[in-house]
Design a protein around this ligand. Structure first.
Ligand code: 2AM
Length: 171
């Protein structure tokens, strides 16, 4: 917590189950040496990023997220890519499931209705695998990771230490 402002950094994310996490960690191992590897237990897909939120509002934030109704889905991560602008290597789906987009827009609507502000940049689902990466050649092909997404999470922290504060089931 920032003791001066009484705030914590918060975001909503998909937090992988162990099979997907292991698959993503295997990708990280085949990319070793290309950058700083993210701790496997912190791998995630951000849904909505709020940034600093007053600690006294965390309960209201959790209640707002609890009202979101969205369907479970399968997320197929099948490509590793490099973003030069922030020097990360990330895992991404070739096809973004409609349910994922509905979850993000449902969450954004719910948060806005309850007076929370969040980052409104174009949504590009990804899992950051390596930071401070350098990559001149095409990345190796990766074995497909099939992730059964049954819930989403409210997470505190800006890395490297994240804490899952609450989980919300999908229907
Ligand atoms: P990144 O992995 O691409 O950096 C915690 O910081 C998570 O929120 C990370 O997944 C990070 O994405 C994402 N994040 C950080 N700042 C963000 C912002 N301003 N807008 C959207 N997502 C952000």
């Amino acid at each position: 917590m920032n003791i001066h402002t009484g705030t914590v950094k918060v975001f909503f994310a998909l937090w992988p189950e162990s099979i997907a996490r292991r698959g993503l960690h295997a990708w990280q191992q085949s990319l070793e040496g290309m950058g700083r590897t993210m701790r496997p237990d912190t791998l995630h897909v951000t849904l909505v990023f709020l940034g600093e939120v007053e600690v006294v509002r965390l309960e209201a934030l959790q209640l707002a997220a609890r009202e979101v109704r969205a369907r479970h889905f399968e997320l197929i991560l099948d490509k590793a890519l490099y973003w030069e602008h922030n020097r990360i290597i990330y895992a991404a789906p070739s096809t973004v499931p409609a349910e994922l987009l509905q979850l993000v827009s449902g969450l954004q609507c719910g948060l806005a209705m309850h007076g929370f502000d969040f980052d409104r940049r174009e949504y590009k689902p990804h899992v950051t695998l390596l930071r401070n990466a350098r990559c001149d050649d095409p990345l190796p092909k990766m074995p497909v990771v099939r992730w059964h997404v049954n819930d989403f999470a409210m997470v505190q922290g800006g890395g490297p230490n994240y804490q899952v504060l609450a989980r919300f089931p999908l229907v």
